[in-house]
Ligand binder design. Structure first.
Ligand code: FAD
Length: 351
């Protein structure tokens, strides 16, 4: 039997197992979707299966079944921090966008599911006179995506207000105290293969009008300094850890604004944003441009840039509980300390 025939049989067996799981759990399943439809960069190849659970319990059950059947999977929120390559991705994407649940405000606390929109949560909290996340209002992701990488902007980080996170463990919804999670600069101690289902945030009372004014100020700053309406994933690279350097400024100083590779361009507005344009834009264009930037910064400034955007490669083993992701696992303690040291600068300048 050829290797090709062998892998076709394996995929057929896997497909039969997935069909059985989705029928039994009643989960929405789609085939033939592409990352180009599911990510904000609007590039990236075909996905074998997209499963969209509707509740936290259903999401926990789905990944437990996939684990049991040893079927590789990855979780996607709004896709605003992912660049997936152009090839076929032979794993299951668990989309959390439908896991919105009911947002519950109780005093200074709000309980929200992972699929809820972060900007909407910030607006709802502001209206109720709850402060502490107003700097995050312009981050176009889900609550789950924000928790996963401790999203932050303009002096606020989600990790600082998390009281508990609900995590899928063994098919159940388990509460993990926020104090047990390590919240670093765009990085947490959550491991690949851990599905975040929702969180309870403890916010601080303030006048709604004051919070809304601060949100408007942050929005103005974003509008002035970042491309809007463009297909991007936000800042492509992190600021160099342990320094006060801004990556956007470094790239700008090399005169790279406006530089193009196929359908990908270094934004003329913010040099750390790679934007894609046109139907023909491919992930390979964005990746080639990103590598060109890294190479020039390495050569001309002696700085090694680290991706902030997550690169999902089709030929990499997707997560099962014993897998580890490039971004969440490879960081050392020293790097984390450096990240924390430079946090104040990062927060002000962003990237
Ligand atoms: C215009 C623009 C501006 C941005 N500005 C900022 C900014 O100021 N600050 C900032 O921090 N980011 C910023 N970003 C990046 C991005 O919006 C954030 O990283 C956001 O938190 C990602 O959320 P998401 O739902 O889109 O996650 P995705 O992009 O869907 O996923 C990102 C990672 O999180 C994981 N993940 C998602 N949901 C879950 C879950 N429920 N359980 C476990 N893992 C999960 C995914 O597997 C993936 O590894 C910006 C992006 C854009 C396009």
């Amino acid at each position: 039997m050829t290797t090709e025939t062998q892998s076709m049989i394996e995929l057929q067996t896997r497909d039969a197992a997935i069909e059985e799981i989705v029928a039994r759990l009643g989960v929405r399943a789609e085939r033939g979707r592409r990352f180009a439809e599911l990510t904000s960069l609007k590039v990236g190849g075909a996905i074998d299966w997209v499963l969209s659970p509707a509740t936290e319990e259903e999401a926990a059950a789905v990944v437990a079944e996939l684990e049991r059947a040893q079927i590789p999977w990855r979780v996607l929120g709004a896709g605003s921090n992912v660049l997936a390559d152009d090839a076929e991705h032979h794993y299951v994407v668990v989309s959390m966008r439908e896991v919105k649940g009911v947002m519950r405000f109780e005093g200074e606390r709000v309980t929200v599911s992972a699929g809820y929109s972060l900007p909407r949560l910030c607006i709802e909290a502001a209206r109720r006179g709850l402060a502490g996340i107003e700097g995050l209002g312009g981050i176009p992701g889900t609550v789950g995506g924000a928790l996963w990488m401790n999203a932050g902007a303009y002096g606020h980080e989600i990790g600082t207000v998390v009281e508990t996170v609900r995590v899928a463990r063994g098919g159940k919804v388990v509460d993990v105290p926020g104090s047990e999670v390590k919240w670093d600069y765009r990085h947490t101690s959550f491991q690949e293969g851990e599905l975040l289902l929702g969180a309870t945030l403890h916010l601080r009372p303030d006048e709604p009008a004051h919070i809304i004014t601060r949100m408007a100020e942050v929005k103005r700053k974003r509008m002035d300094s970042q491309p809007h309406g463009a297909r991007s994933a936000g800042c492509f690279f992190k600021n160099p850890p342990g320094t006060s350097l801004s990556t956007g400024k470094l790239i700008d100083e090399l005169g790279m604004k406006g530089q193009q590779r196929g359908g990908a361009t270094v934004s003329p507005v913010h040099a750390n944003f790679i934007v894609t344009e046109g139907e023909d834009a491919r992930a390979a264009d964005a990746l080639a441009l990103a590598e060109e930037i890294r190479e020039r910064i390495r050569r001309e400034r002696g700085v090694e840039l680290e991706y902030e955007v997550e690169i999902w490669r089709s030929n990499e083993q997707a997560a099962t509980t014993d897998g580890q992701s490039e971004t969440q696992s490879a960081r050392t303690e020293t790097e984390n300390e450096q990240h924390n040291e430079s946090k104040d600068v990062q927060e002000e300048t962003r990237c």
